[in-house]
Design a protein around this ligand. Structure first.
Ligand SMILES: Nc1ncnc2c1ncn2[C@@H]1O[C@H](COP(=O)(O)OP(=O)(O)OP(=O)(O)O)[C@@H](O)[C@H]1O
Ligand SMILES: [Mg+2]
Length: 257
């Protein structure tokens, strides 16, 4: 019998952003979505902005079939692989106001207890003329996760993303490091260093997962395989978020010397 206890109840939005494009945001969102739904949580996922293809939303939708339309899961689509604002300026998709995005996200939240929102690229990607991903997270006022690759460079990218988020008053409660097929020498040191800087309980390392992570069976199988990490992640999410109204990962102690 499994000793893993059922997930704590938490209602709200969790924003999944990353240090860059292609770092594992959809993969983590899909794994968490599969895990939560398997545990009986009323969870849904959406990606408000897609550029170039809707593959990310197709994957998320395949895990929550029939619960919302593709246009609800992805209200703003651009047919070139460019930052949404740049694509919109080229006439390849809608020009969007921040309030429209907030309205769409909040409408989707009404359909579930937990809404996972995947961002586009990293935090400073321009989404509209007057707003970036950071502005969107700030307006949603929701806890945020930073996904990054477990390779050389991730300390810099992760710390910059967390620091800038905090300047905007955003609660970044977790850093997720995604395993690579070939780990470089930095991979064994990245998590311990980030743990030292931002708290051991808030850094989560996922291994390189074999199997097709773009299909439901592959995602579900992998979610099972890393269940302990996902349970620990969900504990961190729910406990800290309900008990600490405003939380930072970075302390502001001056650096010696
Ligand atoms: N832990 C992992 N194990 C194996 N493959 C992974 C892992 N994390 C990510 N990948 C693979 O890396 C690629 C990029 O991941 P993903 O699509 O999740 O990135 P993303 O940050 O969502 O990208 P985008 O900015 O385009 O939305 C995918 O092929 C995915 O399957
Ligand atoms: Mg993605």
């Amino acid at each position: 019998m499994s000793k893993i206890r059922p997930p704590r109840k938490f209602s709200g939005i969790i924003f999944i952003t990353g240090t860059d494009t292609g770092v594992g945001k959809t993969t983590f969102t899909a794994l968490l979505l599969a895990h939560l739904r398997q545990q009986g949580v009323r969870a849904l996922a959406m990606k408000p902005f897609c550029s170039g293809s809707r593959d990310d939303v197709r994957l998320l939708q395949s895990l929550q079939r029939g619960e919302m339309s593709d246009d609800e899961a992805n209200p703003f689509y651009y047919d070139l692989p460019l930052a949404p604002l740049i694509a919109a300026r080229k006439g390849r998709g809608p020009k969007v106001q921040l309030r429209e995005v907030i309205r769409k996200v909040r409408a989707t939240k009404k359909k579930c207890d937990v809404l996972l929102v995947e961002g586009s690229g990293g935090i400073f990607v321009p989404l509209g003329e007057a707003f970036t991903v950071l502005d969107l997270i700030q307006k949603l006022g929701c806890p945020t996760v930073i996904v990054g690759r477990n390779r050389l460079g991730t300390i810099n990218h992760t710390m910059m993303s967390i620091y800038l988020s905090e300047v905007f008053g955003i609660k970044t409660f977790a850093s997720i490091l995604m395993g690579e097929s070939k780990m470089d020498i930095s991979a064994q040191f990245n998590a311990p260093f980030l743990q030292e800087k931002i708290g051991w309980s808030r850094v989560f390392s996922l291994p390189f997962l074999k199997g097709n992570l773009r299909r439901v069976p592959g995602v579900k199988k992998s979610a099972k395989k890393i269940k302990k990490v996902l349970v620990r992640f969900w504990d961190a999410a729910t406990v800290s978020l309900s008990s600490i109204p405003k939380m930072g990962l970075i302390d502001n102690k001056p650096v010696d010397g």
